[in-house]
Design a protein around this ligand. Structure first.
Ligand code: T4K
Length: 368
């Protein structure tokens, strides 16, 4: 096994020499955190870049999800997808809320609106859908349900940086959207996250909540948390933003090469992007169908043997983990589509620096 390992992703980083003057500024000013100048500049720059009205930066998306639920005072039950990263459901449990899992749509792999409606009970207060792999949810249908039953909608948009749908940024849908800037995401600040708010009043409340609930030196209005992004991460974010177009283009190139090469491989389906939305190519999920020469896990093992670290995002289903599997909504019969996807999915490596010869190496293993 002499070939160098290829991981599911490799973070995009700007030239180090461009970051050094920013570090020098931080060292000179001694302002390291608590809403310093880089933090403020990055919030403004992201609003402009993403086309959103208000943004609050966070240490990571998980704390941002926990805070978003608190900002809207969500309680009781929240309907969500089992086909996601565990942080989605964990953020509910951290707020004493019961996740109610509903099944997904087989094409988009996002929450199926019809299944959301069927899961509503008198205790339901909100819906937490995920734009899985950056593909937008059926935002119109979800909003119709929310309006009919007077529910809030908090989108876990961890994968959806820079995605636009028919009416602009997908992040403007629902009551709040949460982004992740983790190292593995299309736009990273090492660790980081953000909440997009529709109005200044909501942003203000969120900004209090991420700073222990402080309004000023002596006034604390809520049992807030410490969710503030540091100046180091914010400065890096400003620099990353200058390169994000390049990073997206690189991912788009990889996506196109995979689709072309895998188009006629029997039993392999590339998950389709939404023709009505832009794609940020954050992941490259394939579905290994029963007609393929081996199982999904068989292919995963073959790739590993060739030093290619594809990942089974999202297997196991969140609803199968010990802290969730006892819930009535976690019953396998309730989630057949999600289960089938979790058993068939494999996310292939995708990142801007992935070369054509590396893609060929991966595709050769798949073709057997
Ligand atoms: N909601 C959704 C829908 C999410 O997908 C996530 C996170 C969240 C919420 C929560 O967001 P954050 O609180 O993290 O902001 C990764 C990420 O840790 C996680 O952020 C992400 N979703 C999830 C889908 O994937 P792992 O455990 O698979 O990551 P790891 O460390 O195995 O990294 C994958 C590969 O990336 C490595 O094999 C090599 C490469 N890598 C990774 C890191 C961290 C690097 O080259 N450099 C690095 O620094 O969870």
């Amino acid at each position: 096994m002499s070939d160098k390992p290829i991981y599911v992703t490799q973070p995009f980083l700007p030239p180090l020499e461009d970051f050094m003057p920013m570090l020098r500024q931080i060292w000179d000013s001694k302002v390291l955190t608590n809403g310093g100048p880089f933090h403020q500049k990055l919030e403004a720059a992201l609003c402009e870049h993403l086309g959103v009205p208000h943004i609050s930066l966070f240490t990571n998306a998980t704390i941002a999800l926990v805070t978003a639920l608190q900002a809207l005072r969500i309680t009781g039950e929240v309907i969500t997808t089992p086909y996601t990263f565990v942080a989605t459901a964990h953020s509910l449990v951290w707020n004493g809320i019961e996740p109610v899992f509903a099944d997904i749509d087989p094409e988009s792999l996002n929450l199926d609106p019809k299944k959301i409606e069927a899961a509503i009970t008198p205790k339901t207060t909100a819906i937490m859908p995920v734009h899985c792999y950056g593909r937008p949810c059926d935002t119109e249908a979800i909003q119709r349900i929310a309006d009919t039953y007077n529910l809030k909608v908090i989108y876990d948009a961890a994968h959806a940086f820079g995605v636009n749908c028919h009416c602009g940024s997908v992040l403007n849908h629902g009551d709040l959207s949460v982004l992740s800037f983790h190292a593995t995401k299309v736009f990273n600040t090492f660790e980081g996250g953000a909440i997009i708010s529709p109005d200044a009043k909501t942003k203000k409340r969120i900004d209090h909540l991420k700073n222990f609930g402080f309004v000023d030196e002596t006034v604390v209005v809520a049992p807030g948390i410490n969710g503030k992004m540091s100046e180091f991460n914010a400065a890096l974010g400003l620099l990353q933003l200058e390169h994000v177009g390049e990073a997206f283009a690189g991912r788009g190139r990889v996506d196109a090469m995979y689709r072309e090469r895998l188009a006629h491989v029997a039993g392999i389906d590339c998950v389709a992007t939404d023709p009505k939305a832009t794609s940020n190519h954050s992941y490259f999920p394939i579905l290994v169908r029963p007609g393929f020469r081996t199982s999904r896990d068989g292919l995963y093992a073959e790739l590993r043997a060739a030093n290619v670290y594809a990942r089974r995002y999202f297997y196991p289903l969140v609803s199968d983990f010990p802290m969730y599997r006892g819930l009535p909504s976690a019953a396998p019969a309730n989630l057949p589509v999600a289960r089938a996807a979790a058993d068939q999915v494999l996310c292939l490596p995708i990142f801007p620096a992935l070369t054509e010869s590396q893609i060929d190496r991966i595709v050769d293993v798949i073709r057997g």
